[in-house]
Design a protein around this ligand. Sequence first.
Ligand SMILES: NC(=O)C[C@H]([NH3+])C(=O)NS(=O)(=O)OC[C@H]1O[C@@H](n2cnc3c(N)ncnc32)[C@H](O)[C@@H]1O
Ligand SMILES: [Mg+2]
Length: 431
Amino acid sequence: MYARIKDVLSGRFADGEEVEVGGWVVKNRSSGKIVFTLIRDATGEMQVTARKGNVCDEALKVADALSLECSIIVKGKVRSDPRAPGGKELSATDLKLIGASRDYPIFGEEEHNPEVLLDLRHLDVRSKQLVAIMKVKDSVLSAAREWFRNHEFFEVTPPIIISSACEGGSTLFELKYFEDKAYLSQSAQLYLESLIFGLEKVYSITPSFRAEKSRTTRHLAEYWHIEGEMAWMGLYEMIDMLEQLVCYVCNRVGEERAEEIRLVGGDPEYFKGLKAPFPRITYDEAVKVLQADGFEFKPGEDFGTHEERQLSTHYDKPLFITEYPAEVKAFYMKDAGNGKVLNVDMIAPKGFGEIIGASERETDLAILEERIRKQGEDPAKYAWYLDLRRYGSVPHSGFGMGTERLVRWICGLEHIRDTIPYPRTISRSYP
Ligand SMILES: NC(=O)C[C@H]([NH3+])C(=O)NS(=O)(=O)OC[C@H]1O[C@@H](n2cnc3c(N)ncnc32)[C@H](O)[C@@H]1O
Ligand SMILES: [Mg+2]
């Protein structure tokens, strides 16, 4: 394997030491006898200088003709130079063109129409901005897995092809399944609930699909869903746990990906320093806050983007809002008695909106059947799920965290589409 650019820049190799680096051309500037080439690999960017006399004429000709995104292998001597990005360069002794790149359609700094960039997403995924965001996402996923493993959760692999809605029929994607029909999973929850009777604490990281008709900056038709389900746990114990999970992931990612977060315009220090406890208010208290803020809001309705944004202006940490009206929430949420359910949404500050949806689950069979019917679904389609209440049911709770929502908040991004390599929305399923 070739030397990594970050290792060359970090001083791992002494001046004069010869190393070999593989990478792609970011910029090329030639004055005939000397060619300055900025190359990148997955660890960073550095300058390569090809000088007449140091490289053979053939290699100098290759260097001179390099264009955006050519892939090259360069052998050279490490040389400290304060004028070079990162304070070091490779003074080339040999340079080979591996993959030509003529007229690369995305020009470095130029502003491009977002739709054009999305049509060229298969190329744009190598851009500095998207590479940085994908590194942040990698850290989010690995930090989450580490937290789950350290807290006795088992990772499980629930089905993606499913037979009944978890989050309402209006956002289901239907597919032809042999001679039958099936759907793409909106959430692994119902299957995770079946798995707690053997494993007690389970999690999954899967794609969830929502046929959202809305065009917003925080909805995708396909997103990655970090979901947990815990036997014996009630709502408020789960909220304590969610604070620990979110702080662990944010602290780790803020530490590990500070450079990338800064590069895309985020504030890593905030996430490095995020600490529990987070503020907690009930739905009714949230309604009072909105009304005191002069917001026109009809009590009994769900909070939308505007309400969540307004509520988040009162706090600089994520806000837990609990006990929503039963009518606006899913059938599986445990009845809290006063027309409310034992659920919680976690709303990120600064208008980044809902990151987590969670609840204690209804375990009373009759109440559950009634709520399935009230939501216009046929309990017969949930026969397997209702069996979980017939055989050794226990109090349990669970949550779903949107990975892309979390990455968007950590990176401080305007639109969720840049948090996933290939965003799927109502108007895009290409490339
Ligand atoms: N296991 C569970 O208890 C999860 C539960 N069945 C569930 O799906 N809840 S949720 O619909 O609020 O979605 C959970 C989270 O999933 C994210 N989410 C939800 N919908 C989307 C869309 N369309 N795009 C991106 N992210 C989305 C968002 O962060 C939500 O808070
Ligand atoms: Mg939700």
